[in-house]
Design a protein around this ligand. Structure first.
Ligand SMILES: [Zn+2]
Length: 596
């Protein structure tokens, strides 16, 4: 087996030959990476190889892509593949295609090559390294065939890095067993899904459904098997595991196990499973930490069934609103009734009793899948969160005059939709004018985003000038000041547009949340463990809200992000992580626990 010591001490020529076969017919990658020695970890080596490719000339990148064989192509049939490719294609069962599958793949190969001019690259051993099912390979092939050439080229390179990662694991005799455990748990937990979705193979777990209760029971059982000293399901359905330490203080961590409709397997759940595996390892080693570790699987974060979000984490800081008990779901079932049916007490006394005393806690940490494309684009497995964006949301209406599309001259119209169109372009420009430093290796200052996600001309007709236009506004920023400035500018622009056009407007604020900057000391601890793993620190804001945002109101908090595959897509069944990334996430969490 290859070791880092051997690699670090090898002559440049030997270094290249030791890594032979990692990147298909492309020794230049290892040649250039050799200068970055000594490598501190396998993750460091993998990252450096990817960096060389990212910084290579476009024709070199294309050459690397073209050095790969087609999937189940002529080279496989004529048995002229490299040993590595033969192993991968046969692990994915491509050598046993049915005649129909084989014909389908040949057609896709031809179409893909005609569109892009290079072979389709897919890491067919997949995110768990065991080989993707043929049906999934074919679906992925067809999906990517529809993509944009620039994106597709980058996606091919990312797949090449994943292929190289698995080849390196084989060379080094490394199996990411802790990451495998997280991945397998996430897969097993995803068998529970709400009726209507499960039948279609979709994952939906909303508050207190049968699938939701099954998830809670499963998490509870796993926590007991891991060796937590106490495991309870509390009055809201949060699954709480406590691993006793030797000191008085406690560290709180966790994330949510509910999902959006047709969601992914890792959103939320990763932040429960990663600390669980850490506790399992501590228990196996018979070790105790100098503090209690409290891992919470929050029952509800996504606000899918009832008009209430962050129920689980909100209750821990005493923010449960009594009126929520009377909220009705789409079927007219109240939260109170749903709780009683689930065997929960459904009274405010028990819910209020869940509030934690911040004085007893060191802080709250949460690991979460990034849910965005930044880390994936940068070939970085981990990112350190600097702040969770604050937001403000409005439902808005602009009123003009509906009139005849044929007879009303252009300079005498009071078109409500045209005014909103102007505003949308303004929001895009204004939010984008605060420099987006994410992904550019710079310190994030303020980053803003703005979206009009709903847009409607009620009872519109093809031959009528829109007299009314309804729309939504979602404005977010890394700081409250940047959010408020964006909000003020957007409102001022709306006023200007409407006054110029002679229109009336209303804005109804539906939500406002403060930005939650990470606690500097806790953020620093995450940064130190990332460095300890041999990876560069990338600091980034969180565009999405998380349970940490709630705990922020009561105690210091900081989050760690894990790269999502498939360009980081989330709230979507394509959400994906690799076992190797999950392994790094577990190691980061272990590092954090050791650092306290
Ligand atoms: Zn989440």
């Amino acid at each position: 087996m290859l070791t880092l010591t051997t690699l670090n001490n090898a002559s440049p020529q030997d270094f290249v030959s030791l890594l032979d076969g990692t990147y298909e017919h492309s020794p230049w990658i290892a040649e250039r990476a050799a200068a970055a020695r000594p490598f501190q970890s396998l993750a460091h080596l993998k990252h450096e190889l990817a960096r060389v490719v990212r910084e290579a000339a476009p024709d070199e990148q294309l050459g690397l892509i073209r050095a790969h064989p087609e999937l189940a192509g002529k080279a496989m049939v004529s048995k002229s593949l490299t040993a590595e490719s033969t192993n991968e294609q046969s692990k994915a069962g491509l050598t046993d295609c049915t005649p129909e599958e084989f014909a389908r793949i040949q057609q896709l190969n031809a179409d893909y090559n005609a569109k892009f001019g290079w072979p389709f690259i897919l890491a067919v051993r997949g995110p768990r390294g065991q080989g993707l099912p043929r049906a999934e390979i074919i679906t992925t092939f067809a999906r990517r065939l529809a993509g944009h050439p620039d994106f597709e080229r980058a996606e091919c390179l990312r797949n090449i890095h994943r292929i190289a990662e698995i080849r390196l694991n084989d060379k080094f005799g490394v199996t990411p067993t802790l990451g495998d455990q997280v991945w397998d748990w996430a897969e097993a937990l995803a068998v529970h899904s709400d009726p209507g979705f499960k039948e279609q193979g979709q994952l939906t777990v909303t508050y207190l459904t049968e699938a939701h209760l099954a998830c809670a029971a499963q998490l509870r059982q796993w926590m007991l098997e891991c060796g937590f000293d106490e495991v309870t399901v509390d009055a809201l359905g949060n699954v709480v595991g406590d691993y006793h330490g030797t000191g008085d203080k406690r560290l709180l961590t966790g994330s949510h196990y509910d999902t959006v409709r047709n969601g992914g397997k890792y959103d939320g759940r990763l932040g429960i499973l990663v600390p669980m595996v850490c506790v399992r390892e501590l228990k196996r080693q018979g070790r105790r930490l100098p503090f209690d570790l409290e891992v919470v699987g929050f029952a509800e974060e996504e606000g899918q069934r009832f008009k209430a979000t962050f129920l689980g984490s909100g209750a821990l800081i005493g923010r449960f609103k009594p009126a929520w008990l009377d909220e009705l779901d789409a079927e007219g079932v109240s939260m109170r009734k749903a709780m009683l049916a689930a065997g929960l007490p459904a009274n405010l006394e028990s819910i209020n009793a869940l509030q934690r005393d911040p004085a007893r806690y060191l802080g709250f940490v949460e690991v979460h899948i990034e849910q965005g494309p930044v880390l994936n684009e940068m070939d970085l497995p981990l990112g350190v969160v600097t702040s969770i964006n604050g937001n403000v949301r409005y439902l808005c209406e602009v009123t003009g005059m509906a009139s005849h599309a044929g007879t009303t001259p252009m300079d005498r119209r009071r078109d409500a939709a045209a005014a909103v169109a102007e505003l949308i372009l303004y929001v895009e420009r204004r939010a984008g004018s605060v420099p987006d430093v994410v992904g550019k290796g710079l310190e994030p200052s303020a980053v803003t985003v703005g979206t009009v996600g709903m847009l409607q001309v009620p009872a519109g007709s093809i031959n009528v000038i829109p007299g009314r236009c309804l729309f939504s506004l979602d404005l977010r920023a890394t700081t409250n000041e940047a959010r408020d400035a964006l909000d003020a500018d957007v409102q001022a622009e709306l006023r200007r547009i409407c006054e110029r056009r002679g229109l009336h407007w209303t804005l109804t604020q539906t939500e406002s949340a403060s930005a939650a900057p990470s606690d500097p000391a806790w953020q620093q601890r995450w940064e130190a463990v990332v460095v300890g793993l041999g990876l560069p620190v990338h600091r980034m804001p969180s565009g999405a809200g998380h349970d940490a945002m709630k705990l922020h109101e009561a105690m210091p908090q900081a989050m760690l992000f894990l790269r999502g595959a498939n360009s980081g897509i989330s709230h979507n069944p394509l959400e994906s992580i690799t076992n190797d990334d999950a392994q790094l996430c577990v190691q980061a969490f272990q590092g954090l626990l050791e650092s306290l």
